[in-house]
Write a protein that binds this ligand. Structure first.
Ligand code: BYC
Length: 475
């Protein structure tokens, strides 16, 4: 296994110092990245020393080290999982051929597009989360936010390395453009819808890291199968870091629910206004946030039928989730998959060629995984003796991408009239009143071991440190 060189300006395990041109190009991009971080990265955090994990190796037994660092000085590095010189492509038309170490000319445009789309989401999320540090519910949560932010920055580095190394001048231009698009910007927005939405408060942040980072898990897993070996190896390592991001979302929502349930039990009420008056977030608001983040996130998988998806798979650029564990022929020609459409005002299933439906296949895998965690949230309510349960809305609810885009659908899967949609949408999606209420709770609580009143403390701290550890030194 190649070791990580920390004496280089850019820590890496890709022997960067042996390729002077590439090294210079990346060292040229580095100050632009730091300027971007200063301009739109975590607001007001420059002087803080944060207890962060930094990737120091790709060895699963000990890949990270923890310590207080200033985020601006974080060692954003380039790490590829160890390679296998004999690795074979295991799906699509090139199945059985040797994996590629370089980009084949005929797949260059598509690979670049996939890498740019993946790369674009990473800085976008940092921009979306920029102001959250100002309203952190605890020092523990503040540290977790910052951990996620620096790692999304590293994931951007991972994609920029591929662009610089394998795509020449085009790649360098794309790397610059990744620092120029801005989440929510009217003239130059981020590429995918969810990454232009606001993350206005911590409930939205926990929903985002639960659902949207999970899109990251599934997309990265599909790219980890790629015939383009450097992409496969780098996304495998990114997945190691992604797990903590989803943990922050899942445990964050669990802690909000635990606090809400405690207030409901104390007051013996399920009245939303009484729960709110006691400073907790009512279950209706939590469900509406869930509906929004779930529906916006499942749009990220693209259209239910996509010739792009078929080409990406057949040409070996992007596989399925856990491709290697599937028992079929890994070519998928002549196979079909069920997708939804609306016919005569009813949702119906239809069979379409599987290759064209691979976005839908990945979306369905994501849905299964998401639903499992919602079940774990419901256990928190069940344990507290609260009968209400959270549910994920129907797959066709509030969609903007694909055949189901714009269909008026209730969360429980009924096609509804425009009149019913207007009458009910405030019960189904967060309202301006919900946002204003949640915003009203977002005071900053950052003394070690103290927590805002709307969220329970975590069960344990980070890296076996106590919950009241000084995770952030404000300097
Ligand atoms: N919003 O044929 P289609 C993560 C566009 S998250 C706006 O279905 P395709 C992370 C599409 O680009 C993981 N536009 O597209 C999480 C295309 O545009 P053009 C990110 C959309 O190519 C949290 C057109 O519609 N990684 O890592 O099959 C924090 C036709 O659509 C959207 C990836 O996404 C949308 N939601 O599929 C930090 C992996 N959906 O070309 C990080 C790489 C589609 O006609 N990306 N469009 O102008 C891909 O594999 C594919 O690009 C997609 C789209 C699955 C996203």
């Amino acid at each position: 296994m190649s070791t990580v060189n920390y004496s280089d300006k850019i820590p890496n395990n890709v022997n960067l110092s042996e390729d002077r041109t590439l090294q210079r190009a990346l060292e040229g991009w580095q100050p632009n990245f730091v300027n971007w971080w200063d301009d739109v990265g975590p607001d007001g955090s420059t002087a803080y020393d944060v207890y962060l994990r930094t990737a120091v190796s790709v060895d699963p037994q000990g890949w990270a080290q923890f310590g207080h660092v200033k985020m601006r000085d974080y060692r954003w590095g380039i790490f590829l999982n160890p390679g296998d010189a004999n690795r074979e492509i295991h799906f699509g038309d090139h199945k059985g051929e040797k994996a590629w170490q370089d980009v084949p000319g005929e797949h260059r445009a598509n690979l670049r597009r996939i890498i740019v789309t993946q790369g674009d989401t990473e800085p976008a999320s940092v921009e979306q989360q920029r102001h959250l540090g100002l309203t952190a519910p605890s020092m523990y949560d503040l540290r977790n936010l910052y951990q996620i932010n620096v790692e999304e920055g590293r994931h951007l580095w991972a994609m920029v390395y591929l662009l610089h190394k394998h795509f020449g001048r085009d790649g360098r231009e794309e790397a610059e453009a990744l620092l120029q698009r801005t989440s929510g910007d009217v003239d130059n927005p981020r590429i995918l819808g969810a990454f232009n939405e606001k993350t206005p408060d911590w409930l939205a942040f926990f929903m985002f890291t639960y659902f949207t980072d999970r899109d990251g898990k599934f997309q990265l897993s599909a790219l980890a199968e790629s015939a383009f070996d450097p992409l496969a190896r780098t996304t495998k390592f990114m997945l190691t870091e992604e797990a903590h991001h989803m943990f922050v979302g899942e445990s964050g929502v669990s802690r909000v629910l635990a606090r809400t349930a405690a207030v409901m039990n104390e007051l013996k009420t399920d009245d939303a206004q009484k729960v709110r008056a006691a400073g907790a977030i009512d279950l209706g608001t939590i469900q509406r946030y869930l509906n929004f983040h779930y529906s916006v996130t499942i749009d990220l998988f693209g259209a239910d039928q996509s010739s792009n998806a078929a080409i990406f798979y057949s040409s070996g650029l992007k596989g399925r989730y856990e491709e290697g564990k599937r028992g079929d022929d890994h070519v998928l020609k002549g196979q079909t998959y069920k997708v939804l459409e609306v016919k005569d005002g009813q949702l119906v299933e239809k069979d379409v060629p599987m290759l064209n439906a691979l976005n839908e296949v990945l979306r369905d895998d994501f849905i299964k995984d998401s639903v499992a965690g919602v079940g774990r949230w419901n256990k928190v309510l069940e344990k507290a003796g609260i009968p209400t349960r959270l549910t994920v809305p129907h797959k066709a609810f509030n969609r903007q991408i694909g055949a189901l885009a714009g269909i008026k659908m209730s969360p429980d899967g009924r096609v509804v009239s425009a009149v019913e949609w207007e009458a009910k949408k405030n019960e189904w999606l967060p309202t301006s009143d919900d946002f204003a209420f949640v915003a009203s709770l977002m005071g900053r609580v950052v003394e070690p071991g103290k927590f805002a009143g709307w969220i329970s403390p975590p069960v344990m701290g980070i890296n076996r440190q106590p919950v009241d550890f000084e995770y952030v030194r404000f300097g």
